[in-house]
Design a protein. Structure first.
Length: 280
């Protein structure tokens, strides 16, 4: 039997959340990913699925932090050549030029949603609702893992890079004093909005509802990041890098979930095949 035969075997055991519309999340198009799935399947049969996917997620965290480290080197190189000022200073000046008291107050209230308290309350409420409605631990596991990794990446990156925020004279109160790079609001809002949208899209049945779910999630993440620049709490490059790191971590979490679904499917096929051989 071919090494990749389980990946093409007729599927008898269908795990929940396997399809996003008509797209099969357990199907891997590239030979590289097929080999990776086969490797993980053999590994999980020896050390267990939980340990295997914990290793995958830990590797993903380290990969994302490595990207942040590379961004640090790039940032230092651009600052030395005043390259960052080509984006950061003009963006801050443009934001200051269009400020008005009503907009300032509205965005100050809005950006509170993306803070630690706001995002915890929002994501926690949605997580509980989804878990109860689906009678599944999947929303809890995915949202908690996504949030924990996002916070870890934010905290470690801030401590390692230590970039100063824009001058307080250019910011709108209440002021913030933690390190600036990357923007925690932008990173965490993208990751949590993305994983919640992913969970919602798994149960949507039309392309229109899937598209609107994605548009709302993207809109939330983008406007949250832009609000940080408008308020003078972050430089534009803080937000851009936060989006990049958040996208990487979100992709890793979703890919890990897809690998988990594939593992469940292959395990079911293996048990079915063993039963058929015993019957014979």
């Amino acid at each position: 039997m071919s090494e990749h035969a389980p990946l093409t075997r007729a599927k008898r055991s269908i795990p929940s959340d396997r399809f996003l519309l008509s797209y099969d999340l357990t199907h891997w198009h590239t030979l590289l990913m097929q080999r990776f799935v086969a490797l993980l399947f053999r590994l999980s049969s020896r050390i267990g699925a939980v340990v295997t996917f914990a290793v995958v997620l830990l590797t993903g965290v380290l990969l994302t932090l490595g990207t942040a480290t590379g961004a640090t080197e790039l940032y230092e190189a651009t600052v030395e050549g005043d390259g960052a000022q080509l984006l950061d200073t003009p963006a801050l000046q443009a934001a200051m030029a269009i400020r008005s008291p009503p907009v300032d107050e509205a965005l100050t209230a809005y950006t509170t949603i993306g803070g630690p308290t706001g995002m915890t309350a929002l994501a926690g409420t949605i997580m509980i609702v989804l878990a109860i409605r689906r009678r599944s631990w999947t929303p809890v596991v995915l949202i908690v893992l996504a949030a924990a990794g996002s916070v870890l990446i934010t905290v470690v990156s801030k401590q390692f890079i230590g970039r100063a925020r824009p001058p307080l004279s250019n910011a709108i109160p209440p002021y913030e004093y933690s390190d600036s790079f990357p923007s925690g609001h932008a990173l965490n809002s993208l990751v949590l909005a993305g994983i919640i949208a992913y969970l919602l899209m798994l149960r949507r049945r039309t392309q229109r509802t899937v598209a609107w779910t994605a548009v709302i999630a993207i809109g939330f993440a983008v406007t949250m990041g832009i609000s940080r620049v408008y308020l003078g709490h972050h430089w534009l490059t803080d937000v851009l890098m936060a989006w990049a790191l958040g996208a990487i971590w979100l992709t890793i979490v979703i890919t890990t979930h897809r690998l988990y679904l594939t593992s469940k499917l292959l395990s079911g096929d293996r048990r079915t095949t063993a039963n058929e051989e015993n019957d014979e």
